[in-house]
Design a protein around this ligand. Sequence first.
Ligand code: GLY
Length: 615
Amino acid sequence: MAARLRLLLSAERSWRAQAAFAALLAAAGAPGCKGPGTPKPPELQRPVAGVVVAEQSLAVEVGQRVLEQGGNAADAAVATALMLAVVHPQAGNLGGGGFALWVPHVGEGEVVDFREVAPRRYQQDLYLDADGEVVARRSLETPLAVGVPGSPAGLHALWERHGSGSFSFAQLAAPAIQTARGGFTVGPYLAEDLASSGPGGRIAADPTARARFHRPDGGPLREGDLLVQEDLAQTLERLAAEGPDGFYGGRTAELLLQTLRTVDAREGLLAGDRLMDAADLAAYEATVRAPLTGWFRGFEVLSVPPPSSGGFVLLQVLSILDGLPLETERDEAGGPTARALHWWIEAMRLAFADRAEHLGDPEAFPDPEGQGAMRTLEVPLEALLGAEWIATRRLAIGERAQPGVAPWVPTPTPESPETTHLSVLDAEGNAVALTTTLNGTFGSGLLVEGAGFLLNNELDDFSIQAGTPNMFGLVGAEANQLYGGRRPLSSMTPTVVREGGQRVVLVLGAPGGPRIITSVLQVLLRVLVHGQPLEEAVAAPRVHQQWRPEGTALEAALPDGLRTALETTHGQPLRTGSAAGLIQAIAVDPTGQPTGASDPRSDGAVGVARGPKGR
Ligand code: GLY
């Protein structure tokens, strides 16, 4: 098998639990996953062996059963993510990418970066016409929007590097294959998302996607309809049998490339030679990175480095806030006062300004003008997270909003929107926070004919033109320019918080573009600073600030008194728009007992695994 992973380990695995396969298959699709608060039957009152939280209950159930049958957090995360590719097509995927943060109960964490990559012939002018104007929708709904998918390589790498050895990859894929083949009942959230994506939406626009997600008599599938995906089952089988080679080569690769060519011709794009080809697919590798790590109130916060901006923004905001007396700014209910919220917002504004200017893929890429030379767009993380810049930023926060703040300037001397998240904690205390995406809801809306999976539109996350916002309203600069072989800047923020350098106390993440970062931040602050129980912290109303636009979005549930104080006392310009990503989180109390919380804004569920290996 060709390596699909930089830093691949060649560990031989012993497959101990063939019996688990049969049990897993038997369990798939059976009821049993309970939301928080549902009474548990007496036979389930065994020690808690782990927790899975994700955005779809069938997927949670699969992860829960893997834990119950002796799998670890990585096994459960892989099985859950593969199931999400079947039952949560809005964002669960094979045709997209993401980041997985593995934090073992002892030792260093590791990030598996399986972000999509721009096909090698793509250049910064890809979405511009002859006059240099952005061509509407080209970066969102056409074959040119599609990055080389990373999820098949990434999930395989997570299993290969960190799985318990008790399950083969094929065993972890079995429930997803069975559900794709046998079908599942469309729930209210999928029905709602399908309804709002048509008519005229992305699914309706693509005949293959329409055939999959619409009823034979027209109109999107409705709640209660059965969704059968035989071609997706076969794609998963090829991946399960051959590993990533069964996706990046052979039949699946042929079908993917054929779909891109067919749509290219149908839409008259005539991208021709520039389109993704077999060499782009064959070259894809997941990348292993060290987590980006910082400290807040004595807790170690581990998150993801570039090409996601999530870890950077989270850590810069936390570092700024770490020097402010947050504990003295509690309202009567224990939550933040308007002054504390103002500090949160200003710190978000400052960090997002640096994000726009300086963040992008740190890897070297072939310089299109360099005759084989490589080029790197440096990400000055040390300066941006250094004590001097953090102190400067903290001092810049006054009593009034400062929309005009500028990003860090180097001195001559030193140098869904839709994504989905799952959190897993196992009996040993290993954690996985995994965020994956197609970018937009249902991605580009292009379904690979004969292979049954949707393709991402991730390349819209590049800075298409200085000052032109992407679908999340984010602007960027040269650091995030599109060149073949680069990964677009992400906001995904799978995060784990540890105490004492070992004990995991929080595992969390969310979908929602830039709101991912600010949602993770606010739940973390509410739990660690305000001592709010996890469910309360996740449900609490949120604010969102991303530098541009200048205004801050507030959730409607934010009390009027706080809204007024932010506007009048602190001069915060407000704007309409969504302020929250859908958090899927686990907290562990000092006795070691975990609690899961799935954002009440989402369709998610908490799966509590019970078994002999209790915590
Ligand atoms: N496509 C959303 C993100 O990566 O931030």
